[in-house]
Design a binder for this molecule. Structure first.
Ligand code: SAM
Length: 264
């Protein structure tokens, strides 16, 4: 697969966090069943009106695709080409395996690259029918300016009538005391706990604590990365400033915000 990160381009601390700790456990963290994850994402995107007819030849880009819940859903919804971009080689390899299993490998094009600045390289202006950045990927960007630039790039790459969809957590509110310890998932051999450390109005430091069972004892591995605290109003304003019209802005499953903006 094409790789730019390996050539030493900007690798941020979120990318390192996935490499050091999370990538290997990511699908387990989400429940472990890729089929139900794909079905849920297909239902969400279909509900937002993103289904296309197979003879449309519609193309899509999935920014921060991970193991592919949205890429595989987009292929299922009729997109003939889905460019799936991620900084984690482990997760892209997993996506490729799932795409083969789902018989959509010819539609999904994995790109190992930073999502910042990637769109001009993988989508002609006014070419993409859909660009998605879902599952809380936007807050992984190091700076608000990166979010603004990414949205501006989306507005350029979308064809008229095309859709930009982001799902993300609104971290602007602050949990206090022990409420900042969040049990993410536990099973017989693994426990993932998250601790939120509010640094300032812009940033929360996310500490992941992963316990894995070894014989009759537990190993603990920790890693941290910063997340942006993006306010829904601010994000919707960035879409409007880029020339996109906000079609839906609300709360979805598991408290995740859903933003759907379209190119007029
Ligand atoms: C929370 S996961 C979301 C994955 C998938 N979209 C989902 O809903 O399960 C965030 C993904 O974005 C990737 N990522 C974060 N920052 C990135 C960056 N700057 N460039 C490329 N990938 C990035 C991570 O490797 C990870 O796969």
């Amino acid at each position: 697969m094409p790789t730019d990160l390996a050539k030493g381009s900007r690798m941020n601390t979120a990318a390192r966090h996935y490499e050091d700790l999370l990538a290997e456990h990511y699908t387990w963290m989400l429940g472990g069943d890729i089929a139900s994850l794909v079905a849920a994402q297909a239902e969400l995107l279909d509900g937002l009106g993103l289904r296309v007819s197979a003879d449309d030849g519609a193309t899509a880009v999935d920014l921060g695709c991970g193991p592919g819940p949205q890429s595989l859903a987009l292929a299922r919804l009729g997109y003939t080409s889905v460019t799936a971009v991620d900084g984690s080689a482990v997760l892209l390899d997993e996506l490729v395996a799932h795409a083969e299993q789902y018989d959509v490998a010819q539609a999904v094009r994995p790109v190992h690259r930073d999502i910042r600045g990637v769109l001009p390289h993988c989508a002609e202006p006014e070419s993409a029918a859909a660009i998605v950045c879902m599952g809380d990927t936007l807050p992984h960007l190091p700076d608000r300016v990166d979010v603004q630039e990414l949205i501006a790039d989306c507005a350029t790459a979308l064809r008229p009538g095309g859709s930009f969809v982001a799902t993300y957590r609104d971290l602007t509110g602050e949990l206090r005391g022990t409420d900042r310890f969040l049990p993410v998932r536990s099973s017989a051999d693994r426990i993932l706990t998250c601790f939120l450390d509010y640094l300032d109005e812009d940033t929360v430091l996310v500490h992941d604590l992963l316990h894995t069972r070894r014989a009759d004892t537990w190993d603990l591995k920790t890693s941290s990365y910063p997340k942006l605290r993006l306010a829904p109003e601010w994000l919707a304003d960035q879409c409007r400033a880029a020339g996109l019209a906000v079609r839906h802005d609300g709360i979805g499953p598991r408290g995740m915000r859903i933003l759907h903006a379209g190119k007029p």
